[in-house]
Design a protein around this ligand. Sequence first.
Ligand SMILES: [Zn+2]
Length: 250
Amino acid sequence: MKDNGRILAVGAHPDDIEFNCVGVLARLKAKGYHIVMATLTPGDCGSLEYSSQEIMTIRRNEARAAAELLGAEYYCLEERDLAIDYNTATRRKVTGLLRTADPFLVLTHPLNDYMMDHEITGRLVRDACFGITMPNFGVPGGEKPTTGGVPYLYYWDYFGQQDMYGDPVPVDILIDITDTIEMKEKMLACHESQRNWLRDQHGMDEYLESMRRAAAARGAQLGVQYAEGFRQHRGHPYPADNILVKILEQ
Ligand SMILES: [Zn+2]
């Protein structure tokens, strides 16, 4: 797969991308890459006070504002929280997104995580990387298959950096985000509805502080202040050379 200058990050909910890989996206943006951010849902369950209609509107705007800070495009696939299914309809929909974004490199949730929306999103994206080039696999918007081949696929870190059994999970790629942590924090702060909710619950700015703690923990492993961790999908037919590290080392 050739570097076509286009990168896609897909999260289940608004703020997942910001928590997990926006430090790296900001570094890629600074190198001139076109960044597309997409979420499967508009975060319709992310509130104790607003109706799902109200919070969806709020959170779509928050996600768009964060993407605008980075100079990225934003798409919402309008699935619903706790109701993301791995079925043929969603497989076609996510494949359509990938064809529209036309990325050579994709980032998403790891296939094991603390909640099913995340795991299912990871599977849908993994699957769509495969279907992106296949002309006989139809998608709802009729987007044409891409011609560049299966993109590079990276899974970001596990929440809390541990698996569902509480065991630490290895990430084999650590990327220094010390220079972009401020942008990451600004983008995360765009998600005010979530930040305020946690602030009320914890009496402190846990939303931003938990992000800094996680980035500092991975940073310590790399010997820098802040880092993000990833694993690469290296099985056939996904390209297996570590293009992300190659790009960012240049
Ligand atoms: Zn999420």
